[in-house]
Design a protein around this ligand. Sequence first.
Ligand code: ZN
Length: 162
Amino acid sequence: MSQTISQDKVVGIHYTVKTAEGQVLDQSKEGQPLQFIFGRGMLIKGLENALDGKATGDKFEAEIQPADAYGERHEGLIQTVPRSLFGDNEVAVGMQFRASTDAGEQSVMIVDVSDDEVTVDGNHPLAGTALNFDVEVVEVRDADPSELDHGHVHADGNHNHG
Ligand code: ZN
């Protein structure tokens, strides 16, 4: 009996995700599908919605808007601070670090550096980006009780948490 994807099913997919311009951002590895328990927030919302009700063997494309992916960009999360705040630490465009902000602990990235100022961006790198997914469903099955308990998939019955 072929099963369809619904809450708490174990699902395996092969996927490629690209920007609207066609740049490949990520993809599953050959022979190694991405496995997860469906409906537990392991995936971005738009991809969960697109997978709901699909069955093993289904192939589809989904264009997912930023609101259902990594959110819109918020200009308020871009801040310019005095370089002196970094003391003797190296600062360079592209460096990422954790920072305390008004919104709590946040991952931020340096996007601009001048002689006396540093501009940091707290947006997710993919915020504001629409994502194009190419998906093939390769596995749908009931989860074992221990998988539901742990909240993750146990590959091939192996329960090895390293
Ligand atoms: Zn486990």
